[in-house]
Design a protein around this ligand. Sequence first.
Ligand code: AMP
Ligand code: ZN
Length: 116
Amino acid sequence: MKESNCIFCKIVAGELPSNQVYQDDQVIVFKDINPKAPVHLLMVPREHIISLNELQSQHDSLIAHCLRLLPQLAKQQGLNNGFRTVINTGAGGGQIVFHLHIHLLGGIVIFTHRCT
Ligand code: AMP
Ligand code: ZN
């Protein structure tokens, strides 16, 4: 399942360092190297899935696991007032690392976009 040229696969395999805050049998979570907020984590499935476009029904439980973990991690990071999640998909969606990951951001009022 490991993609030899993938930076996140190398982090999952322990071949590259990361500032890890959580891991289990399905995902690892580490600090973004170029944080856009005081808390900026990346949740990365151990399996090399390129993006949301490549998800299949076999991944349903993995995705549910990821979503349910996010509020737990946010709380652990002291984000008691809420948090933002971002998933960039494909070049047109601003994806740079082509191994599915969820950004977890928070810690200051950084969000100007509101649906009112
Ligand atoms: P994107 O693919 O646009 O959703 O974002 C990829 C993210 O991965 C960016 O926010 C980068 O700062 C981050 N990133 C890239 N390489 C590393 C690394 N070695 N360790 C931690 N974060 C990284
Ligand atoms: Zn990968």
